[in-house]
Design a protein around this ligand. Structure first.
Ligand SMILES: [Ca+2]
Ligand SMILES: [Ca+2]
Length: 336
């Protein structure tokens, strides 16, 4: 930015110096200046960086096979295998608070039709449910002072965050921050209201890493770049800066875009996927958590080096800020 400002100032000073000759000379000079400035801005990527976030923008992923999994990853990421997917659309960004607010204002928490049976039952209950990674489910009563569920946990724009190992100062969540603290049930209800669905894990992973010929380990390539995503070790002020934990407005890390142009596919908020957690064919330890855990992908602002093949799983009602689930790190994006 400094470079552009200096150039604009230089051009402006030159204009002052040359301001006296005939009107024709002035017009020619102005046109030249404008073209020069436009060229400079285009070359430096200034105009591109200023592109606004378009809420609900979708990216089309063409049909075809891709390589899923990671032979160098954790045991549950193995083995690499080919998966065919028909054409689908996926959100370019995580769902924002501004978008989610529209669902709330449209009666999202009072209209039964948007919710699955299990989701509605959870919403109306006063139970907090959370679990370890391997099926040790625990339940407790939701504190009465929290009242009826009418919004996601961590909805307040400014608040104390639980924190996950690094500093977590108060910050203001704007309408462009990802909605977080949403359970699977809330993400599912939003999608139904908006005419979408959650992506499957395979859809998520293909949109995050497939170049058409090769599956990247991170959305941008096979080499870790701390500045390309919202993680604890980037310096971007939008994410709080170095060793500070907070979410960032969606699309704040354009250099970290996936080959298909999807933003924040690693980092910022973790993201719910629509399918149940299961082992890949040929995995050394087989598991099938159908009916128990849903897949969550992509790492978060608290995850130092999350990549596109990382797999995590949570219970659908995994509660935020009141149990160990800590789902202040979980959001979602839509698919169709
Ligand atoms: Ca950060
Ligand atoms: Ca994300």
């Amino acid at each position: 930015m400094d470079k552009e400002l200096k150039l604009i100032q230089t051009i402006s000073n030159m204009k002052k110096k040359w301001s006296s000759p005939s009107a024709i000379q002035c017009d020619v000079f102005r046109t030249k200046n404008l073209l020069l400035l436009l060229g400079i801005l285009l070359c430096t990527g200034f105009i591109q960086a200023q592109q606004p976030v378009v809420p609900g923008e979708m990216v089309t992923i063409p049909e075809g096979s891709f390589i899923m999994g990671n032979n160098n990853g954790d045991w549950m990421e193995k083995p690499e295998h080919s998966v065919y997917l028909p054409t689908y659309k996926i959100g370019k960004y995580e769902v924002t608070r501004g978008e989610y607010r529209k669902f709330m204002e449209a009666g999202g928490y009072s209209q039964r039709e948007y919710w699955s049976e299990a989701g509605w039952k959870w919403k109306e209950s006063n139970e907090i449910v959370y679990a370890g990674m391997y099926g040790s489910v625990q339940k407790q009563e939701r504190p009465k002072n929290l009242g009826k569920r009418i919004e996601p946990a961590y909805w307040a724009a400014e608040q104390e965050w639980i924190g996950h190992g690094y500093k977590h100062p108060r910050f203001i969540q704007t309408d462009n921050h990802p909605v977080v603290g949403v359970t699977y049930f809330e993400a599912e209800a939003y999608c139904k209201w908006a005419g979408f669905r959650l992506p499957t894990e395979a859809e998520y992973e293909k949109a995050a890493r497939w170049t058409g010929k090769h599956s990247n380990i991170w959305p941008w390539g096979d080499v870790w770049k701390p500045e390309f995503s919202n993680n604890p070790f980037d310096h971007n002020k939008a994410g709080g800066g170095y060793k500070v934990n907070q979410s960032a407005p969606v699309g704040s890390y354009p250099e970290g875009a996936s080959p298909y142009g999807c933003m924040d596919m690693v980092g910022n908020a973790y993201e719910w996927c629509g399918d149940w957690a299961k082992s890949y064919p040929g995995c050394e330890k087989e598991f099938d958590y159908t009916g128990l855990y849903h897949i969550v992908k992509g790492g978060c602002w608290d995850d130092p080096k999350a990549n596109t093949t990382f797999r995590n799983w949570y219970l659908p009602p995994e509660s935020a800020g009141v149990g160990p689930g800590d789902s202040d790190i979980i959001g979602f994006r839509v698919a169709k």
